[in-house]
Write a protein that binds this ligand. Structure first.
Ligand code: ZN
Ligand code: ZN
Length: 391
């Protein structure tokens, strides 16, 4: 077998050889933003491209029209590169998922070029609806990530990091059913569903004082009543509850629900609620052994990777659900200064800029180099597994 360095040089050259095609693909997705589960064009363009490169493509996997799997080889070890391609409503590719797709596709093509020498197989898994709808949560439950040795996805951002954190997250939707009445002539005949919701909202504000710093509870009122001169008979709200680990999230759930029950108790409105168990995001568990390999490769490309112990503010990602099943990493690449955070119109511009595209070509190279490490290094795979199983 050729040396490790030779294989890594080959994957770097393979990404370079596809640079123009990868950039064009990414810009095309950027110019046609599609939101959760409607990524019809993006999924078509990505699968057509991968088919053209000799991957065996399955479309509509896991009962999701815009999910796909593109595989090369079927031998162990098996490494997956995950692609996201959904946009944000109203803001387009303000999270840069067009770049994520490009990086994983580029890494997959590069890894495929050395499979005969490195052994094993590589699969690109297209995972729709990362933004709020939890595509990977559904796919994890439907077996999309079974039988893998590692899973990687690199997100564009404000720093080069190999280890990132993501909070466990669950949605709670609530409705109150009260009784309508004339708000001035017969208020005593009404049951006020908005009062119930306001009491719940305030109770949650009180609860926040007494939970861990890292936990988050935030929500919006979807329906606050129908007419100003009618006692509101129906209200609805949606809340997200987030915590650093799944256990603490489970601890918070009944405490948050108690706040909503308090609103019902105080007003007499009837509470209906629903936990979003299907799309619950698990906390991200970065595999340190895999992250170290990735960081070494990224540094070899000339990007200084930040200290793994550094903690930054965090949201949630459905990659957490993958990391609960497979040794996984969700690194970030610095493509924008810290004052341009993701989910902004400014970051949308970055996602089509030279800096964004070049950064994610580096991500493609670093991921492909890491695939080479995983496929060729049995000791690394053992350390990843031991860490994953907590040995
Ligand atoms: Zn996002
Ligand atoms: Zn994102």
């Amino acid at each position: 077998m050729p040396g490790l360095d030779t294989l890594k040089e080959k994957v770097i050259a393979a990404v370079e050889a596809h640079r123009r095609e990868l950039i064009d693909l990414s810009l095309k997705i950027h110019a046609h933003p599609e939101t959760a589960f409607r990524e019809i064009k993006a999924a078509r363009w990505l699968t057509e491209y991968l088919e053209g490169k000799g991957f065996a493509v399955e479309r509509g996997i896991c009962l999701l029209e815009t999910a796909f799997r593109a595989s090369s080889g079927d031998r162990a070890p098996r490494v997956a590169l995950l692609a996201e391609y959904d946009a944000l409503p109203g803001i387009g590719h303000g999270c840069g998922h067009n770049l994520i797709a490009m990086a994983s596709v580029g890494a997959g093509i590069a890894a495929k070029a050395v499979l005969a020498e490195a052994g094993g197989s590589v699969v690109i898994i297209g995972t729709p609806a990362e933004e709020a709808a939890g595509g990977k949560a559904l796919m994890a439950a439907r077996g999309a990530f079974d039988g893998l040795d590692a899973a990687l996805l690199t997100h564009p951002g404000n720093r080069n990091a190999s280890i990132t954190h993501g909070l466990a997250c669950i949605e709670l939707t609530v409705e109150y059913h009260g009784k309508a009445a004339h708000a001035a002539a017969r208020p005593e005949a009404g049951v006020n569903a908005l009062d119930a919701l306001v009491i719940a909202y305030n109770s949650i504000s009180v609860l926040r004082q007494h939970i861990r710093d890292s936990a988050r509870i935030h929500g919006i009122i979807i329906d606050g009543g129908q007419a100003v001169n009618v006692v509101p008979e129906h209200t609805a709200a949606s809340f997200l509850i987030r915590a650093e680990d799944d256990e603490y999230l489970d601890h918070l759930k009944p405490r948050v629900l108690a706040c909503f029950r308090a609103g019902a108790e105080a007003t007499g409105a009837r509470l209906e609620y629903c936990w979003g168990d299907d799309t619950r995001y698990r906390a991200m568990r970065s595999n340190h052994a895999l992250a170290e390999a990735y960081a070494r490769n990224m540094e070899a490309l000339g990007r200084q990777v930040s200290d793994p112990e550094e903690r930054h503010s965090m949201g949630s990602t459905d990659m957490g659900n993958v990391s609960a099943l497979v040794p996984a990493i969700h690194p970030t690449v610095a493509v924008a200064p810290p004052d341009i955070p993701i989910h902004t119109p400014q970051f949308r511009e970055v996602a089509a800029s030279e800096e964004g595209l070049e950064g994610m070509l580096d991500a493609a190279k670093a991921m492909a180099m890491t695939v080479v490490d995983v496929l060729t290094d049995a000791d690394l795979r053992k350390r990843m597994q031991e860490e994953f199983h907590g040995k």
